[in-house]
Design a protein around this ligand. Sequence first.
Ligand code: FES
Length: 116
Amino acid sequence: MEVETEKKVHKVTFIQRNGEAVTVDYEPGVTPYHEHGREGSLLDIALNYHIDLQHACGGNCACTTCHVVVKQGEENLSNMEDDEEDRIYMADNLTLHSRLGCQAIVKGDVTVEVVE
Ligand code: FES
């Protein structure tokens, strides 16, 4: 008997600077990785779908242009590591729900607002 494996597709919603929300599918291990930011990060997913998320340092945790504010599903992102924590304090309009898109890895459904 063939065992059907559960397909994991995460819904990732980006609220863009113009206020328009776009929801895309992210399937770990299937969605292509283009070496910008951590694999499976919000930046990686945004670039796959041509969503305008700035990334001046190329996704290396060395700027704050990929700043997003998490609106829903914060628990579905990887925990913030020391590098991200040190860097994000330099972001304008910092909130308690701010993340760097290149560092936050998606593990479930999430909604974020693009800030920069
Ligand atoms: S792209 Fe520079 S910190 Fe994320």
